[in-house]
Design a binder for this molecule. Structure first.
Ligand SMILES: NC(=O)c1ccc[n+]([C@@H]2O[C@H](COP(=O)([O-])OP(=O)(O)OC[C@H]3O[C@@H](n4cnc5c(N)ncnc54)[C@H](O)[C@@H]3O)[C@@H](O)[C@H]2O)c1
Length: 432
């Protein structure tokens, strides 16, 4: 395993990131693939079965209906009201309640899985083994063993596998990665991921027998809780940026507020330690939303807030001379300097305004602009449809998803066992 950090030069050599100063697509194959294959797919359609037509399934269906090279030919869900919702959008699609039948449908080239986490591995593996291309939502699977099995079956199958990590297709994340690898924030010294919400994560249940089916997110058998639902997205920053794996993982998780019979933690803090001393953290609480969510990349020369798309320089350009003078007068800089003042003052946060790293986006309140960019989900499913037609997998995508899912699941294991874990060598795959 390569647990050492690649130097920036190595990174550039490996992925060919810089060429004439611009964003080089070889480092981001996601866009490149679509651009090159536009002609190849002209007039063709990826014929898809959507398996799991709940909240995320409907979201994808709405995107797919806008994509010229996509056709939804089958729908599958075990819960009739959700199947009906999808059928209202795709009246011509065939309806199934059993995913094996949907997979076996001869008109289906690819399946898109938006079912609960514990169903990801069995449905994906059945799909790949039946010779179908597969898109499966994140996280990859409920257990570390299942992630590995899915990866192995995918490698053997020669079929396409996509996992729903839309940040890999999100323009503001791609731009941020470009800036980081160009040295804009200097040496990366830390990655801080956090996701705060204030709601119970529950869905209304029409009758008690459906509790575990509908509220699958709250039970350990079907869910990895905050780590797999939210963390799996953000933990991808570790491999994407550090290009290495942590050597140690530890953390604490508890049910601190929503004591309503759920089994998964409603408060987690996990630390991933890398061999050269760098760390990545993930913290999530769902009983306070004040700080929202973000991935903050800290460098010795600047900070990037990825979900906001904002760049903060450690030393912003100095204000013009006259402005500096006004500021000094306003802040009484010329007042008496006390000799016996306190020897310590609180470290104050920078008040510098972040610079948006993309400039064409507006938010509903007109304040920060970049965070409102579309989140890459449309591009992700469009790219999957292209891949279904061409039969070509997307480099890096499965591997990135594999490791972010493994890191999320190891975080859970560390918290459940209250231990410091070492990264298990048997789950290293050829990637980094
Ligand atoms: N990428 C993202 O940003 C993102 C966002 C939301 C959800 N997700 C993921 O999407 C998946 C679904 O989440 P959701 O919020 O839509 O859940 P949901 O409960 O709203 O929908 C899941 C659907 O799957 C159906 N289902 C369950 N078992 C099935 C089976 N064996 N065969 C067919 N259908 C089955 C359920 O009846 C339900 O309709 C999860 O893995 C979740 O993590 C990803």
């Amino acid at each position: 395993m390569n647990t050492d950090l690649l130097t920036r030069r190595d990174f550039i050599k490996n992925v060919g990131i810089l060429s004439g100063g611009g964003l080089v697509l070889s480092s981001f194959p996601f866009f490149q693939s679509n651009a090159n294959e536009k002609n190849l797919i002209e007039g063709q359609k990826a014929r898809l079965a959507i398996i799991g037509t709940g909240s995320r399934g409907l979201y994808h269906i709405n995107h797919l209906l806008k994509i010229k090279h996509a056709e939804i030919v089958a729908l599958c869900d075990i819960y009739q009201p959700h199947l009906d919702n999808a059928a209202a959008l795709c009246p011509k699609a065939k309806q199934y309640k059993n995913y094996h039948e949907a997979i076996a449908d001869k008109n289906v080239d690819g399946i898109l899985i938006a079912a609960p986490l514990h169903e990801h591995a069995p449905i994906t593996i059945a799909g790949l083994k039946a010779g179908k291309h597969v898109f499966c939502e994140k996280a990859m699977a409920r257990t570390i063993e299942q992630c590995k099995e899915m990866y192995d079956v995918y490698k053997e199958s020669g079929k396409v596998l996509y996992i729903g990590l839309q940040r890999l297709f999100d323009p503001k994340y791609l731009k941020a990665m470009e800036l980081i690898h160009q040295g804009e924030i200097g040496e990366v010294v830390d990655i801080r991921n956090f996701w705060y919400r204030n709601n119970d994560w529950r869905r209304p249940v029409p009758e008690p027998s459906l509790e575990k089916q509908i509220n699958w997110r709250l039970y350990r058998e079907s869910s990895g809780g905050l780590m797999t639902e939210l963390g799996a997205h953000q933990l991808q920053m570790g491999t994407w940026l550090y290009k290495s794996l942590p050597d140690y993982i530890t953390g604490f998780g508890d049910i601190i507020f929503w004591k309503d019979g759920r089994e998964v933690f409603d408060s987690v803090s996990v630390i991933y330690h890398y061999p050269n001393g760098l760390r990545m953290t993930f913290e999530s609480i769902i009983s306070n939303k004040h700080y929202g969510m973000d991935e903050q990349i800290l460098g010795n020369k600047g900070t990037l807030e990825l979900s906001q798309g904002l760049l903060y320089k450690e030393e912003p350009k100095p204000a013009p001379g006259i402005q500096q003078l006004i500021n000094q007068i306003e802040h009484n800089i010329f007042d008496n300097v006390s000799f016996a003042g306190p020897s310590w003052v609180p470290e104050t946060a920078s008040t510098t305004k972040g610079e948006p790293i993309l400039d064409h986006i507006k938010t509903h309140d007109g304040s920060n602009t970049t965070g409102a960019a579309d989140d890459g989900s449309l591009e992700l499913v469009s790219s999957f449809c292209t891949a279904v037609i061409t039969g070509k997998s997307m480099p890096m995508l499965v591997e990135e998803a594999y490791y972010s899912s493994i890191l999320a699941l190891l975080g859970n294991k560390a918290m459940e066992e209250k231990r410091v874990l070492e990264f298990p060598q048997e789950y290293v795959i050829p990637y980094l």
